[in-house]
Unconditional design. Structure first.
Lengths: 248, 304
């Protein structure tokens, strides 16, 4: 919540810098169809205006795409009487289901830690809004980061390319397993470790066509949907026994 | 060759899913088991969320069981009365199972309960079947007439009240044991996404002493009933049935089941029981292994 307010402030009242960020996304709606196997979007932009101070220090672009907020439950196994069982758990609320970050240089060279924490830029700076846990939740958070990174839902790369002094772009992979919902594409312009300008663009990911209708059917008329699934299984099982009837 | 599953919300290689359906369908036709105890772990291993895997496997079980049951029905190898009695217990068991499912899910102990109940149960059943089938096989080879199957402690079963005549099975026994077996299997079906054939069949052979030729058909009818009801419960309470995934599994399953039934007709009863025993023991060992071996990662991510 605090982050949202901060961002709103930043986006509305740009700091008194002469440099402005103009950015766009190649797609603002991704439709998941039956053959969807992941896609790429391109985030691009330009830096307009001249820096106010001299001498010129390097400027950096950070692109963040984050997905719908979700609750992540992490469980830890402990050995009890010789077998491994789920013992402790932590529920991390308000973590993004998808997080992609691309930067023009390693984050630690771009800005000091407190600035990154402020805008929750970087995987290590993703914090849940609330935590249900009896223990220190940090190891559970680390485990969540590790698992989601392995599933390619969390990514941190140096994938921002400068095409010229002022033009940049980044490719953002949207894997097939992403959750449906509203995403945010955020672009930050850093100089001297401070955010000079930032832009946020919404991105929607949704199912379409038959997939959408089946999903709605399953949730709006679950009993009818269940009957349809049963009928499908019964009819196909019966047909197969007719087709494969032994000739005797 | 990828297809998007609307309920699981992920893309899968449909040819792999079809292959799983075929393979498990073959085993289900061969042994007369639904194959859920293999298919559910396979789907989870592939990356399908476990809730969806449990619920959707039941469609596969329904279809391949019907395919097998029609074949058995034509051979007049179904005891409908016995199936009905077991199903009565099974439906109550299903309701209890769905309730337990919710409690264990909330506590995060789903996997543990599944493993702890599977390991001893599969181990004992697999062990008994393996010993019996090898003994019968040896007796046949040495030229002796195969000895009768020795029922496990059947004296008390014959002392129970509410006796009924099961003409097809040539039995006159109390209806209480079949109802209890049906109840237990119904509960397991809801909790684990299995049809329970691998429990019912040995129970019918060794506890109820039903003739082997009616056992497969009769267990299929009971499994079909429980699978249909559980599918409806899972669809309405958990929205976890993925009809696209189910369709692919079903197509593979029914084709595989037909080949399985045919292969089964070429094998003798004790050979089928020997192979099923090996399969059951393999699954038990795998589950035991996962329980005692130090995990590579102590942390896991579960649904909310």
């Amino acid at each position: 919540m605090r982050r949202a307010l901060l961002l709103a402030f930043l986006f509305l009242a740009s700091p008194a810098s002469a440099e402005q960020l103009v950015s766009g996304v190649s797609q603002d709606l991704i439709q998941i169809t039956s053959t969807y196997k992941g896609s790429d979007i391109v985030v691009f932009g330009a830096i307009e205006g001249q820096p106010s101070g001299e001498p010129r220090t390097p400027r950096d672009i950070v692109v963040v795409v984050r997905g719908p907020e979700s609750d992540i439950t992490v469980r830890r196994r402990d050995r009890v009487a010789g077998i491994w069982i789920n013992h402790d758990a932590a529920k991390l609320s308000g973590m993004p289901a998808y997080y992609f970050l691309a930067s023009s240089r390693p984050l630690k060279d771009i800005a000091p830690q407190n600035a990154l924490t402020h805008y929750s830029i970087g995987l290590q700076n993703l914090q849940p809004d609330t935590v249900h846990s009896h223990h220190d939740y940090e190891p559970f958070r680390q485990a969540a980061l590790r698992h989601l990174t392995k599933d390619k839902l969390y990514t941190e790369t140096g994938g921002v390319e400068f095409l010229s002094e002022t033009l940049f772009r980044a490719h953002v992979p949207v894997p097939a397993g992403v959750a449906r919902g509203q995403y945010k594409v955020e672009v930050y312009l850093f100089r001297d470790g401070e955010v000079q300008s930032a832009q946020s663009t919404p991105l929607f990911i949704d199912q379409t066509g038959l997939e959408r209708r089946l999903y709605n059917f399953a949730h709006n008329q679950p009993f009818g949907y269940g009957l349809a699934a049963v009928a499908m299984a019964v009819i196909m099982g019966w047909i197969s026994s007719l087709l494969f009837r032994r000739p005797n | 060759m990828e297809i998007y599953l609307p309920i699981a919300e992920m893309s899968v290689q449909w040819i792999v899913i079809l292959g799983m359906g075929l393979g498990v369908g073959f085993l289900s036709g061969l042994f007369g088991v639904g194959g859920g105890f293999l298919l559910t772990p396979l789907l989870v291993f592939y990356g399908i969320p476990s809730g969806v895997a449990v619920a959707t496997t039941l469609s596969h079980i329904t279809a391949s069981s019907i395919s097998g049951a029609v074949t058995q029905w034509k051979k007049r190898a179904i005891d409908f009365k016995m199936a009905g009695v077991m199903l009565a217990g099974g439906l109550v068991g299903t309701a209890v199972g769905v309730w337990l499912f919710a409690i264990m899910r909330r506590a995060g102990q789903m996997d543990l309960v599944v493993s702890l109940t599977y390991v001893p149960m599969l181990g004992i059943i697999g062990g008994i079947m393996l010993r019996e089938s090898m003994r019968t096989s040896r007796a046949r080879r040495s030229g002796n007439a195969p000895g009768r199957i020795h029922p496990v402690n059947h004296v008390w079963i014959h002392g129970l009240p509410l006796k009924a005549r099961f003409r097809q099975s040539r039995l006159y026994i109390s209806i209480i044991p079949p109802i209890v077996i049906g109840f237990l299997v119904g509960a397991m079906s809801a909790i684990m996404g299995v049809g329970g054939g691998f429990i019912i069949i040995p129970a019918m052979i060794y506890l109820l002493r039903m003739p082997t030729n009616v056992v497969i058909g009769t267990s299929l009818v009971q499994i079909i009933g429980v699978a249909i009801v559980t599918t409806l419960l899972q669809a309405t309470s958990n929205y976890a049935v993925d009809i696209v995934l189910a369709a692919i599994l079903v197509v593979g399953g029914v084709v595989g089941a037909q080949f399985g039934v045919r292969a089964g007709a070429k094998l003798r009863g004790e050979q089928i029981r020997f192979l099923l025993a090996l399969l059951v023991l393999a699954v038990a060992l795998k589950l035991l292994w996962d329980l005692v071996v130090t995990p590579a990662d102590f942390y896991s991510i579960g649904g909310s």
